[in-house]
Design a binder for this molecule. Structure first.
Ligand code: HEM
Length: 288
């Protein structure tokens, strides 16, 4: 079997350990946005250089042929702003208390007790299980052809939103590839002669009962509030690097005040990303 990960640093990410590529990109805000969208970064049609890391969700690098969620993390240059996304609209944990239950199971290497509580209080979490199965259930396709979602809500000024990156309609179709690192190969194939392109979109919260901030396992209905384009992410033709993003940290709380994360799961993430990233950088003897 071909090596799944070469030249791995000593300490990898605790989640999304395997990258398919680290690419240079442009993040350009759309012109003429209506007032409800022209907020914070999107207030004027500005553009930033950006770095994008595509990844698998698992904490251990494994074959891309094993079912898994796929990540896209975007970092804007010259301003503290990251956008961290996965190729599915909903998460599999509702809140911080449930996250503790999930971690307790994982610590014992028991991946099912969170979903099937076989001891008091006998709590079954079938909705969460359904989401978990679907996060991992997407067919294998190029990282340039996936649609990615924030899953959890963020601010857009005084409003709550979720965000998403959707491949542009002009998306080139990438050549399929073989092997365990098929996604890195598809990404490289796609960027050999063509460019990658995503519409960066936001979905405004409507009715807070139907579109809650505090439960990211529930999808906000796109029929009631569609995702609307506020920027374009362009990835010019290039040879993706594997290592260039490994000493970076992409995190939801790397955000401008107008775009700061909302909800309990994002509050858990504040501490988790910071601590793990510090540990990772310390162990690798590189600045954080
Ligand atoms: C309580 C919930 C969560 C916890 C504790 C958590 C934790 C982490 C940690 C520790 C990392 C590695 C950070 C580093 O070493 O720099 C990470 C990476 C990542 N997480 Fe989460 N996560 C959570 C939820 C989510 C959700 C809801 C998403 C959905 C968008 C997500 C998407 C990602 C992605 C895409 C990366 C990789 C970023 C990169 O390429 O560097 N995570 N997560």
């Amino acid at each position: 079997m071909e090596p799944i990960w070469q030249k791995a640093p000593i300490a990898q990410r605790d989640a999304h350990a395997k990258a398919h590529g680290c690419v240079k990109a442009k993040f350009a805000v759309a012109e003429g946005l209506p007032p409800e969208l022209a907020v914070g970064l999107f207030a004027t049609p500005k553009s930033w250089d950006a770095t994008v890391r595509f990844s698998n969700s698992e904490r251990i690098p494994q074959s891309d042929r094993t079912k898994d969620g796929r990540g896209m993390a975007v970092k804007l240059d010259g301003i503290e702003q990251d956008f961290v996304m996965i190729n599915h609209p909903v998460f599999f944990v509702r809140n911080a208390a449930d996250y503790i239950d999930f971690v307790e199971g994982e610590k014992k290497n028991d991946h099912y007790s969170f979903f099937f509580g076989l001891r008091p209080p006998w709590r079954w979490r079938l909705h969460e299980l359904w989401n978990g199965i679907h996060i991992k259930g997407h067919p294998l396709r190029s990282p340039l052809e996936e649609r990615y979602f924030s899953m959890t809500p963020y601010k857009l000024g005084t409003r709550a939103i979720k965000f998403s990156a959707r491949p542009c309609s002009s998306q080139i179709s990438t050549v399929p590839a073989q092997g365990d690192n098929v996604l890195a190969a598809m990404l490289a194939n796609g960027l050999r002669n063509g460019e990658g392109c995503f519409e960066f979109q936001v979905q405004l919260q409507g009715d807070p009962h139907a579109m809650p901030v505090e439960d990211p396992t529930l999808e906000w209905d796109e029929a009631k509030s569609p995702f609307r384009t506020v920027a374009r992410i362009t990835i010019p033709a290039q040879t993706p690097e594997l290592q260039n993003c490994e000493n970076l940290a992409f995190a939801p709380w790397h955000a401008q005040p107008d775009h700061r994360p909302l909800g309990g799961i994002n509050r858990v993430r504040k501490e988790a990303y910071q601590r793990i990233s510090t540990l990772r950088h310390d162990r690798n003897h590189v600045p954080n």
